[in-house]
Design a binder for this molecule. Structure first.
Ligand SMILES: [Zn+2]
Length: 445
């Protein structure tokens, strides 16, 4: 078995920053490195697959006759390291201090992507065979929204055929507290344009005569959400699937981190829909936010004008079973129905299939297998968790391959992903290989 820490250091030294075209050769070098590591783990048909963007890497082992096939997804691209001043050691010169391996990509997710490979290698070295068939697909564009993934999956449906799918891009709740992410929110959005005149107009000439586009927009926006936080768009909550008392009780039993979150963002107070805890508002309730407003004069000093145009952007987070396209059309209809008659209002609303909310069915067999595997490693039953954000890759796998992907990884929330001094606990590496070995065995049952 190769040394996981040395492997991880070697991979971190390759700055595979997908967002920066200047690093395209590094991303390609990381793909080649991964391909070599897959071969070293005993995988076959290993190939670097070109896409319209950065390449993906594929490898498989398909000799477990009569057993299920498991697709393992991960990404090898990383976020840029800036701000560099925040790093205690250079981001691409990995270093172990106090049981933590520091470097960009350590936690998100170069350590995690090595774990299933380490598990396959150790199983092959122990007995020669794996308990299940495996296909690995590692992409290089997760940090830029998995742009090429839909096309890649659509073009290779046969190659990627599987009964179960696992994403190694995942977190545990705490060092000794296992968790499984089962749900993510979806998204939809709109842009609103209000026009009352061909341009901004002098307020000495037209003030008191011309409708103020900024005020008209403000009235429209204020009508979208009530003062307490309930969304007022007609039909918005129609398709929200009720959450069982059992799941709400399980959520309430998790440690309450809302005060930490409030402090972390420097907020005076938290605010949200009545009748739900802060965690419920983030995990199981939909939201509507105004994400940007522009109108009138923005330069230094002041200027005596009446704005002739005003613009806003709106984003929604959605929960099962809200359809992004339906929410977009409800939003558009509501805004147009409540627009003041004296201004011209246009709405560009969008809701994509990839923005559907994601919730692994509670009785899904891969979820049960993942729970048994984590319980074996941690000695306690994992919590099922949700998250307020959207992970495009999981939705894309669902849409293109028709499978539910179970996130299964060993990073921890405090490891500075996307921030300076990113690290992974060295202890998590060994635990993660054990976890993946247990998972493959449990999936074989
Ligand atoms: Zn990331």
């Amino acid at each position: 078995m190769t040394d996981l820490v040395e492997d991880l250091k070697a991979l971190i030294r390759i700055p595979s920053i997908s967002r920066d075209p200047a690093h395209a050769a590094d991303v390609a070098a990381a793909a080649d490195w991964i391909a070599g590591r897959m071969r070293g783990a005993g995988l076959e048909h290993v190939a670097v697959m070109p896409t319209s963007g950065h390449p993906a890497v594929y490898g498989d082992w398909l000799h477990a006759a009569g057993r299920p096939t498991v697709l393992i997804y991960a990404h090898y691209d990383i976020q840029p390291p800036e701000p560099l001043a925040g790093w205690s050691s250079p981001p691409f010169a990995p270093e172990v201090r106090d049981g933590r391996l520091y470097g960009r990509g350590a936690s998100d997710m170069k350590a995690n992507l090595l774990l299933p490979l380490g598990a396959c290698q150790s199983l092959r070295e122990a007995g020669g065979a794996l308990p299940v068939n495996v296909r690995f697909l590692y992409e290089g564009e997760e940090e830029v929204g998995s742009r090429s993934l839909p096309g890649l999956l659509a073009a290779h449906r046969d190659l990627l055929a599987c009964e179960h799918a696992i994403s190694a891009d995942a977190l545990q709740l705490g060092e000794d507290r296992p968790g499984l992410l089962v749900g993510l929110r979806g998204s939809a959005g709109a842009e609103v344009h209000v026009r009352s005149a061909a341009s901004d107009v002098h307020s000495g000439r037209m003030g008191g005569l011309l409708p103020n586009a900024a005020l008209a927009l403000a009235r429209i926006l204020a009508g979208l959400v009530g003062p307490e936080g309930r969304i007022l768009v007609e039909g918005f909550y129609d398709d929200v699937r009720p959450v069982s008392a059992h799941e709400r009780a399980a959520m309430a039993a998790l440690p309450d981190d809302s005060e930490d979150l409030r402090r972390a963002v420097g907020a005076r107070a938290l605010h949200g829909e009545p009748g739900f805890t802060p965690r419920e508002r983030n995990w199981i309730r939909p939201t509507l936010d105004v994400s940007g407003i522009t109108a009138g004069y923005q330069g230094p000093g002041n200027r005596t004008i009446v704005p002739g145009a005003a613009h806003a952007k709106i984003t929604c987070r959605l929960v099962p079973d809200q359809e992004p396209a339906r929410i977009a059309s409800l939003l558009r209809a509501h805004i147009l129905a409540h627009a003041p008659a004296e201004v011209e209002v246009t709405v560009n609303a969008s809701g994509q299939r990839a923005g559907r909310p994601y919730l692994v069915p509670a009785d899904h067999p891969a979820l049960a297998a993942a729970e048994r595997a984590l319980a074996r490693v941690y000695g306690r039953q994992p919590d099922r968790t949700r998250m307020g954000s959207t992970v495009p890759a999981l939705s894309i796998l669902r849409e293109e391959l028709g499978i539910w992907t179970v996130p299964f990884g060993f990073s921890l929330p405090d490891e500075n992903a996307h921030a300076p001094d990113e690290f992974i606990r060295v202890r998590s590496l060994e635990r993660g290989v054990q976890g993946f070995r247990a998972l493959l065995e449990e999936l074989a049952r």
